[in-house]
Design a protein around this ligand. Sequence first.
Ligand code: PEP
Length: 246
Amino acid sequence: MRRKLVVGNWKMHGSRPANAELLAAVAGARPYGCDVAVCVPFVYLGEAAAQLAGTDVRWGAQDVSPHDQGAYTGEISAPMLQELGCRYAIVGHSERRAYHAENDELVAAKAQAALGRGVTPIVCVGETLAQRDAGETEAVVKRQLSAVIHTLAHCAAEMVVAYEPVWAIGTGRTATPDQAQAVHAVLRAQLHAATGRGDRMRILYGGSVKADNAQALFGMADIDGGLIGGASLKAADFIAICRAAG
Ligand code: PEP
């Protein structure tokens, strides 16, 4: 039985007073009956660590450098995330693939760097609307995942995967539970073929998950929770989504 996981992706939102309020509400609404984490902007990781220490709500980053240290101005390394107690690092989010030209190989290197320091990578895959319309969904997500599987090799079963159709992110347009389940089943088969442990790996769905659609999505056989963007910024919404997974 896979325990469900709900992860908030705050993206580039937040302020110290607003974060303190949001984190207090999320921690205060425990227990959830599922694993819960928030991936906050780098600069707020220390505060998240301080505020969430001693609770079972975990924290993580939204990206990580593929390098451990060196002359990489502006980058944040996996050892730094480890030092801050991060449990997770999102890698390959579609916004980073689109706006920072991240390719499959770089995403795989980031996942490897995170895992090497005990930080679980949440590897995002997903097709654009044009790719879906062209019937390429399966090929695209398999290609994206296969680069990471290849790089992580025998450690591949340690990652978390997030299926996030690009057309559903921040658009209010959600994949139907059946559409999402179909892709999750493909990803699980791929993971199982590569690791022999795909049945134990968590595959999250992300893309306009809200309190009112979470339960139907999380009820599907291969959907093990969610990666939540916009709705993770409102305590009541995020808490309701976590409860739907519990
Ligand atoms: C995301 O950014 O990972 C995401 C799923 O965003 P939203 O929930 O806002 O669509």
